[in-house]
Design a protein around this ligand. Structure first.
Ligand SMILES: *Cc1c(COP(=O)(O)O)cnc(C)c1O
Length: 411
């Protein structure tokens, strides 16, 4: 490896400009603290976008990764392997699912889910039953099929033509779904809490209604739990809290605690439509990824960690409400568990990015969920004093942005 110095400016010279990363380059992380090239410390409220559910470099995950690295890295699916089999056993035992397909990212898990939903309908009802209904503002990934199912037109622009047979209705609007669904519908796809779309929870009555409509029309219910899964809501998966069981569920992000891995879970009957040769992935079920994910799952799926999420949710909400009482910057604070959104008041709409940059300068990492919502997806085991310290820094950042004033051309 070359030791030629690299920094943020290097990004603009050698990387495709599809991202615009913050001005510093983090080099080290431990728990919920991260340090950049200059040694500046940050409190991490972003968690790598809801991925680092056990913080950075959790010692148990590091041990498991090192142990597996000395044993076996990769086989492909020409052979199966012990870590994949163990993880599959644990994840099916802990959920509604009977079967699992492993892949490497959220989009791949959704791609598998949408293909399987179509194949299941094809097998049981014929080719006419191929329509997929999803919700406006939803996010399901950036591959061509997943951005088509996603309910944000900006991600499709310039990439048409996209796959056919996909439509969208408003989230939490059961009448709209009832009007759109038919016997041609093969699947309805939803997030228990829309993440990227602005941190918008599904109403439990709506979720139950979606399930009933799917049953009435022999459509599969697909829960995209890529952001809400693996403890994020204080339950292992968000469907548990909604009292609704999907037919297919996708998981990624927190599943590997930072090691890339995705999974599509489904019932026995649905799984049978992915017969031999119908779908695949070279890396899917890779021993390194599955060993780490099995350890992450074991660490997270405990009453201590899951109950701790509810406690931390209350701390976050109380701190954000206290900031709001002094600064008057949020119109709503919402979400569940450690997926929390704070919507900016109208003068600040379109300017969430300014708050992220100011927060970074004040020593705290956070996210946005669209241009008017600040999003918090920290480690599920973030220390309470780290929440306090991060919130002090966040308030300083918010006060600095307020002192500069809103941009005139705010949208
Ligand atoms: C992040 C996310 C995806 C896409 O996952 P990738 O790993 O980026 O492909 C899909 N759906 C939801 C709900 C997500 O939050």
């Amino acid at each position: 490896m070359s030791d030629k110095p690299v920094n943020r400016a290097t990004f603009d010279q050698v990387m495709v400009p599809n991202y615009n990363p913050q001005a510093v380059v983090p080099v080290r992380g431990r728990g919920s603290r991260v340090w950049d090239q200059a040694g500046t410390e940050y409190i991490d409220f972003a968690g790598g976008i809801a991925v680092n559910a056990l913080g950075h470099c959790h010692p148990r995950l590091v041990d498991v990764l090192k142990g597996q690295a000395e044993r076996l890295w990769h086989l492909s699916n020409v052979f199966t392997n012990e870590p994949a089999l163990r993880l599959a056993g644990e994840i099916t035992a802990a959920t509604f699912a009977d079967r699992v397909f492993f892949c490497n990212s959220g989009a791949e898990a959704n791609e598998a889910a949408f293909k399987l939903a179509r194949k299941y309908a094809f097998d049981h009802f014929g080719p006419e039953k191929h329509e997929i209904i999803a919700f406006n503002q939803s996010f399901h990934g950036r591959t061509l099929f997943t951005l088509t199912v996603g309910g944000q037109a900006k991600y499709r622009e310039g990439f048409e033509p996209v796959p056919a047979g996909v439509s969208h209705v408003d989230f939490n609007d059961l009448a709209a779904l009832e009007a759109a669904i038919s016997d041609r519908t093969c699947a309805v796809v939803m997030e228990p809490i829309q993440g990227e779309g602005g941190v918008i929870p599904a109403d439990p009555a709506f979720a139950r209604g979606v399930r009933a409509l799917c049953d009435r029309h022999n459509a599969l219910l697909v829960f995209d739990e890529i952001q809400t899964g693996v403890g994020r809501t204080g339950h292992l998966y968000g469907y548990e809290a909604l009292g609704v069981t999907p037919d297919i569920l996708t998981s990624a992000k927190a599943l590997g605690g930072g090691f890339p891995v995705g999974a599509m879970l489904c019932t026995e009957a649905v799984a049978q439509s992915f017969g031999f040769g119908t779908h695949g992935s070279t890396y899917g079920g890779n021993p390194l990824a599955c060993a780490v994910a099995a350890e992450a799952l074991a660490l997270i799926n405990t009453p201590e960690v899951l109950n701790g999420v509810a406690e931390r949710h209350d701390r976050f909400r109380a701190a954000l409400e206290a900031i709001n009482a002094r600064q008057g910057i949020f119109s709503e604070i919402r979400g569940g568990g450690l997926l929390i959104g704070a919507e900016l008041t109208p003068p600040w709409h379109g300017q969430a990015g300014r708050f992220l940059a100011a927060a970074r300068e004040a020593g705290v990492m956070l996210l946005m969920a669209g241009p008017k919502v600040l999003r918090f997806t920290p480690s599920l085991i973030i220390e309470l004093e780290e929440i306090e310290l991060g919130m002090e820094r966040l308030e300083r950042a918010i006060a600095a942005v307020i002192a500069e004033g809103p941009e005139a051309a705010a949208g």
